[in-house]
Design a protein around this ligand. Structure first.
Ligand SMILES: C[S@@+](CC[C@H](N)C(=O)[O-])C[C@H]1O[C@@H](n2cnc3c(N)ncnc32)[C@H](O)[C@@H]1O
Length: 392
C-alpha cells in the first residue's frame, strides 16, 4: 500500500478509506476538464470476440496453430504476448477440442491472472508499484453477499480453470473468489465509439468509486485505460466515474448497481428518488406517451392502478391497450434477435423499423427504449453502408 501511495503521489492522487464505500481515490491537486487523472495498462485482458489478443484488431487474424484458441493480427502482437501465452498455450493444448470450446473470455481472463502472477513471482515479467498481484488481491469480492446460484456458477467455472491449469496449489474457493472480484472490478474495454472490444482488469483504476453524477470518465486508447476529468475537480475531491449507463431512471440505475456491484447508491442524483423531478424524469425516460400525439406530457399510473394518466392534459390511457402494444413489441424484439434476421441486415432493419413505429405509439418521445431502437437502426444502416434518408 505504501508503494502504491508513493506512486500515486507522483500522479497527485491518494487512496483513503471511507466507511460506507471502502477504498476511494482522492486528488491532491486541482484537475481541469479533459485532464488525464490516471492511466493504466491492464493487469490482464482478453478480447470478447474473434480479435487479436494483443491489440484487439479484427484484421489479418491467424489462429495460434498450437492451442487453436487465441488469435493474432501478426508477429509483433504474438511476440508481445508470448511470455504469457506460452504457458497458456501449453495448458490449452492439453484440452480436447470439446473442452476448448468452453474456454470463454472469463475463463481466459482467470487463466491469464494466475499465469501472470506466476511470471511476476519468477521475475520473468517485472512488477511495479502500479502493476503487481497484491493490487489484485486487494480488490473487493463481496463473496458473502453473492446469491447461491451465482456461487454455484463461479464454482463450476473455477473447476474448469483448475482442470486447465492442473496446479495442485490453487483451490476452487480461491478461484471462485477471483471470479467474484472480476464481476465488480473488471472493465469493458471499448473503442472510441464505445463498441465493446474486450474485458480488462485495471487494479488501480478499480479503486475509483461510482457516482451517477460523476466528475470523471473512463476512456480507452487501445487496451490502455485513462480516467479524464469531466469538470474542474478541486484538490482533495474524490474521483468518481459511472459504472453504468446513467441515462436510466433512478430505479433502473440503483437496480443495476445493487445487482452487479452490490451497493446502494446514495449519490446526489439517487438521493432525489421519489421527489417530483425524479418521478417526472423517470416517467419520461421509461414511461408511456400521451394519447394525444401533440401533447408532450408524461404519464403516471392512476390511483386504482387500472390506467395511466397524462400529467399535462389529463387524458387517460387504458392499461390493456398499453399491454397489447407492449406484447407486439416483445414479439418483434424476439424475431429481431433470431439468427435468421441477424444474418440478414435488411430483414433486421425492417423489423426494427416496425418496433420503432410501435414504440413511437407507446413511449414518451424521449424514451430510452425508443432512442436505443433508433440507434440500432442507424448502426445497421451504417454497417450496411445504405443511404439513410433524412429523418424529419
Ligand atoms: C470497483 S470497486 C471500487 C473500489 C472499492 N471501494 C474498494 O475498496 O476496492 C467497486 C466496489 O466499491 C464499492 N462502491 C463503489 N462506489 C460506491 C458508492 N458510490 N457507494 C458505496 N459503495 C461503493 C462497492 O462495494 C463496489 O462493489
Amino acid at each position: 500500500m505504501e508503494e502504491l501511495q508513493q506512486a500515486l503521489k507522483n500522479c497527485n492522487l491518494t487512496v483513503s478509506t471511507i466507511s460506507e464505500k471502502g477504498r476511494s481515490l482522492f486528488t491532491t491537486r486541482d484537475f481541469h476538464p479533459g485532464d488525464v487523472i490516471i492511466s493504466q495498462e491492464p493487469y490482464v485482458c482478453v478480447p470478447t470476440q474473434k480479435r487479436c489478443d494483443g491489440c484487439f484488431s479484427t484484421t489479418n487474424l491467424s489462429k495460434c496453430s498450437r492451442c487453436q484458441v487465441v488469435w493474432y493480427c501478426g508477429t509483433p502482437c504474438q511476440k508481445s504476448e508470448w511470455k504469457l501465452h506460452r504457458l497458456e498455450c501449453q495448458a490449452l493444448s492439453r484440452l480436447d477440442s470439446n473442452k476448448r470450446k468452453s474456454v470463454t473470455p472469463s475463463i481466459r481472463l482467470m487463466l491469464k491472472l494466475y499465469l501472470r502472477r506466476k511470471l511476476q513471482d519468477q521475475k520473468i515479467i517485472p512488477s511495479t508499484a502500479m502493476d503487481n498481484y497484491k493490487l489484485v488481491e486487494a480488490l473487493v469480492a463481496h463473496m458473502s453477499d453473492i446469491k447461491e446460484e451465482q456461487l454455484v456458477l463461479y464454482a463450476q467455472m473455477a473447476n474448469l480453470v483448475h482442470l486447465i491449469l492442473q496446479w495442485p496449489e490453487i483451490n476452487i474457493k480461491e478461484i471462485a473468489n477471483f471470479f467474484s472480484k472480476f464481476a465488480c472490478n473488471a472493465h469493458t474495454v471499448c473503442d472510441s465509439e464505445l463498441r465493446p472490444l474486450g474485458t480488462g482488469l485495471y487494479p488501480v483504476v478499480s479503486i475509483i468509486n461510482h457516482s451517477c453524477l460523476p466528475n470523471s470518465v473512463l476512456v480507452f486508447d487501445g487496451r490502455e485505460a485513462s480516467v479524464r476529468a469531466l469538470q474542474h475537480i478541486p484538490k482533495g475531491t474524490e474521483v468518481l466515474i459511472s459504472y453504468i449507463e446513467t441515462a436510466g431512471s433512478t430505479v433502473t440505475r440503483q437496480k443495476a448497481l445493487r445487482e452487479q456491484y452490490l451497493f446502494q447508491c446514495v449519490c446526489p442524483l439517487c438521493s432525489k428518488v421519489g421527489q417530483y423531478e425524479d418521478v417526472r424524469e423517470n416517467a419520461i425516460l421509461e414511461g408511456y406517451r400521451c394519447k394525444n400525439e401533440t401533447c408532450d406530457g408524461f404519464l403516471l399510473r392512476t390511483t386504482d392502478g387500472k390506467a395511466f394518466q397524462c400529467q399535462e392534459c389529463g387524458l387517460v390511457r387504458d392499461k390493456e391497450e398499453i399491454k397489447q402494444i407492449a406484447t407486439e413489441i416483445k414479439f418483434l424484439l424476439e424475431e429481431a434477435s433470431k439468427p435468421s434476421s441477424n444474418g440478414n441486415s435488411h430483414e433486421a432493419i425492417s423489423i426494427h423499423k416496425m418496433i420503432e413505429k410501435l414504440q413511437t405509439k407507446l413511449y414518451h418521445p424521449f424514451s430510452i427504449n425508443l432512442m436505443q431502437t433508433r440507434e440500432t437502426i442507424l448502426k445497421a444502416h451504417a454497417s450496411n453502408e445504405v443511404y439513410i434518408p433524412f429523418i424529419q
